[in-house]
Write a protein that binds this ligand. Structure first.
Ligand SMILES: [Zn+2]
Ligand SMILES: [Zn+2]
Length: 261
């Protein structure tokens, strides 16, 4: 079994396309690349149902789409028998995580990804030397990032941690090595997206996988249909090197393990 559980429902020009017919090219790319099942995980801050959570302008601008339309589009594809799952990429929002979870509660999610992109309103992955990097030392950014990640994992509100060491995106690492957090109750995503960022590596490092021994999913973080399952040979190589023989399959937020490959 091979899954790609992280993609954003866009057209080939990366325009938001929350429609069932826009799902077909994702399914076609998946089939061509030997991916058995795909899952959509649109950004939580794209939806007006979550608008009360976002003060920052970049999120407030994106926050114009209807969550019901997105959920219905994926639901329609499922009813037509396409191998797709309904997910969402849920941001870390600190002490408002329960409030966000409550807004998402009515929907029939197969899984929720948890992502730390911002801490105290400052971005980790938007610009080298900007956002959080402009305010804190490299060591401090990593400490804050891993603290937030562990908090998100233990919240019980997400099922998978997306790009679990995203803070390496610009190649900045603590001089004296990592103090990896203990993460519990979630799966970790092996994401090929990092190969196409300045760092040029998979997320996460093998050592982070080995430090926690949690189950895994696989992810391209595709923002266009043509990137589904991109570089999955590299993701599988990492998974096997780290000792994984199974991959996590989600349905209705229940996880099960299937043989990997
Ligand atoms: Zn993300
Ligand atoms: Zn994403």
């Amino acid at each position: 079994m091979i899954v790609d559980y992280h993609m954003h429902l866009r057209d080939a020009d990366e325009r938001v396309a929350h429609r069932a017919d826009a799902i077909e090219p994702f399914v076609e790319t998946a089939a061509a690349r030997g991916v058995d099942e795909i899952g959509f995980a649109e950004h939580v801050y794209y939806f007006r149902q979550t608008a009360s959570l976002w003060a920052q302008s970049e999120k407030a601008q994106a926050c114009m789409h209807d969550l019901d339309v997105y959920v219905d589009a994926v639901g329609e594809a499922k009813r037509h028998g396409l191998p797709v799952k309904l997910g969402l990429e849920v941001d870390y929002v600190g002490d408002r995580q329960d409030e966000l979870a409550e807004a998402l509660e009515p929907y029939p999610w197969d899984y929720l990804l948890g992502s730390v992109h911002w801490i105290d309103g400052l971005a980790i992955d938007q610009a080298a030397g900007g956002g959080l990097w402009a305010e804190l030392t490299v060591e401090e950014v990593w400490r804050r990032y891993f603290d937030a990640l562990a908090e998100l994992a233990s919240s019980g509100h997400v099922d998978v941690l997306a790009h679990p060491d995203l803070a390496k995106i610009f190649g900045e690492r603590p001089a004296n090595g990592f103090a990896y957090p203990q993460l519990n109750g979630v799966a970790l995503e092996i994401s090929t997206a990092g190969l196409h960022k300045p760092v040029g590596e998979l997320y996460p490092d093998r050592a982070l996988l080995e430090a926690n021994g949690l189950p895994i999913t696989l992810a391209s973080d595709a923002h266009v249909p043509q990137n589904v399952g991109r570089d999955f040979d590299r993701a599988l190589e990492l998974a096997r090197a780290a000792g994984y023989e199974t991959v996590t399959v989600f349905e209705g937020r229940e996880a099960r393990q299937e043989p990997l490959g």
